[in-house]
Design a protein around this ligand. Structure first.
Ligand SMILES: NC(=O)c1ccc[n+]([C@@H]2O[C@H](COP(=O)([O-])OP(=O)(O)OC[C@H]3O[C@@H](n4cnc5c(N)ncnc54)[C@H](O)[C@@H]3O)[C@@H](O)[C@H]2O)c1
Ligand SMILES: [Zn+2]
Ligand SMILES: [Zn+2]
Length: 351
């Protein structure tokens, strides 16, 4: 491929203060560092974490002004002098974990997210809500040529995180996974990964539309948390003793604490969602006698990314996405705040 013409400026959504105006405007195209790719981002998923970051919910350092977004899928159009193993025209994905040192004890053991030198997209590194973004060439996701880039964009956080959280629940095929927050972005991917991995899926969320959607994606039992009089009892009854694994995706600390009550003896409750200042309460006596585990799970490493993409490439993950122009991001944030998004929004950066 001959070198593409790279413009000097591009469209982006950028904000200058926490909770401040989300401006759709022209900003300079970034220049890749020696270790980085320059990716023409065509599509980006919109994660609830982007909303948390903009609202200042998470105790993370931020660069300001900031371009958010960490589910970018696009084409390599440039690269720094030290990049190996990539060529212009390759498909590449931008993830939350933008870059790592590859030398510390955590990187050495593939716990890349724990790298003390990690660089994070959409917090301290401008993200995928722009037409051109940079990503470390080692961490950037490799997307097979010919992939539908709009459809794969949400895999780079929602799909990857859901898949890794299921691995963290340490279950066997045939066992029950309860997905709390089953019909938002991460939840819908979790339903299909769980089904593909051989688990039985119980979903907790609310509303007729979400209940129907849950079944079309392969879910088995749906509990509407707004209608149920006792979610804990309902989960225990439906799973004949409690869920072997729980994925806490609902942005609600009460729902997270509840999971410690309906997880089965010897099962695992996985913490994924990040409600502001949340605390997970677990009764010590119950947890001790049931020998349950509560574990945190954050995105995934490069191997998890490759595996998550492989499920998609084999046609096992088919989530209908909502397409919208990048300029409509503020309206998408409004819908996320109201729990109105069924599945995932993907923005087209050309509009
Ligand atoms: N750990 C990680 O690596 C990681 C990665 C990505 C996102 N996240 C976090 O995961 C959370 C979910 O992200 P998302 O993009 O899927 O959000 P989303 O808004 O698309 O989905 C959340 C879903 O939870 C449902 N819900 C709300 N309250 C509920 C309750 N009490 N019980 C059951 N369901 C309830 C909503 O109706 C919605 O469908 C966010 O906090 C996000 O920051 C964590
Ligand atoms: Zn995310
Ligand atoms: Zn490291």
């Amino acid at each position: 491929m001959s070198a593409p013409t790279i413009p000097k400026t591009q469209k982006a959504i950028i904000f200058s203060e926490v909770g401040g105006k989300l401006e759709y405007k022209d900003i300079p195209v970034p220049v890749p560092k020696s270790n980085e790719l320059l990716i023409n981002v065509l599509y980006s998923g919109v994660c609830h974490s982007d909303l948390h970051i903009w609202q200042g919910d998470l105790p993370l350092p931020l660069k300001l002004p900031l371009v958010g977004g960490h589910e970018g899928a696009g084409v390599v159009v440039g690269m720094g002098s030290n990049v190996k193993g990539w060529k212009l025209g390759d498909y590449a994905g931008i993830k939350f974990l933008n870059g790592t040192c590859n030398a510390c004890e955590f990187c050495e053991q593939s716990f890349e997210i724990s790298c003390p030198h990690a660089d994070f997209t959409g917090t301290v590194h401008d993200g995928s809500f722009q037409q051109y973004a940079t990503a470390d060439a080692v961490q950037a996701a490799r997307i097979p040529q010919g992939t539908d880039l709009a459809a794969i964009a949400p895999l780079l956080c929602a799909g990857l995180t859901a898949y890794k959280a299921l691995k963290s629940a340490n279950m066997r095929p045939g066992q029950w996974v309860a997905i709390s927050g089953a019909c938002g972005g991460l939840g819908t991917y979790a339903i299909q990964y769980a089904t593909a991995m051989g688990y039985r899926v119980l979903g907790i969320d609310s509303g007729e539309e979400k209940a129907k959607y849950f079944k079309t994606l392969g879910g088995e039992v749906f509990i509407d948390y707004k209608k149920s009089k006792d979610v804990v009892a309902d989960v225990i009854k439906a799973t004949d003793g409690g869920a072997h694994g729980v994925l806490n995706i609902a942005v609600d600390p009460r729902a997270i604490s509840m999971s410690t009550k309906y997880v089965r003896s010897n099962g695992t409750s996985v913490l994924v969602s990040l409600p502001k200042d949340a605390v997970c309460e677990s009764e010590v006596f119950t947890q001790v006698v049931k020998s349950t585990s509560i574990v945190g799970s954050c995105v995934g490493n490069r191997a998890d990314t490759r595996e998550a993409i492989d499920f998609f490439t084999r046609g096992l993950i088919k989530i209908p996405i909502h397409m919208a122009p990048l300029s409509s991001l503020p309206q998408i944030y409004d819908k996320l705040m109201q729990n109105e998004v069924v599945g995932r929004f993907v923005v087209d950066t050309s509009k």
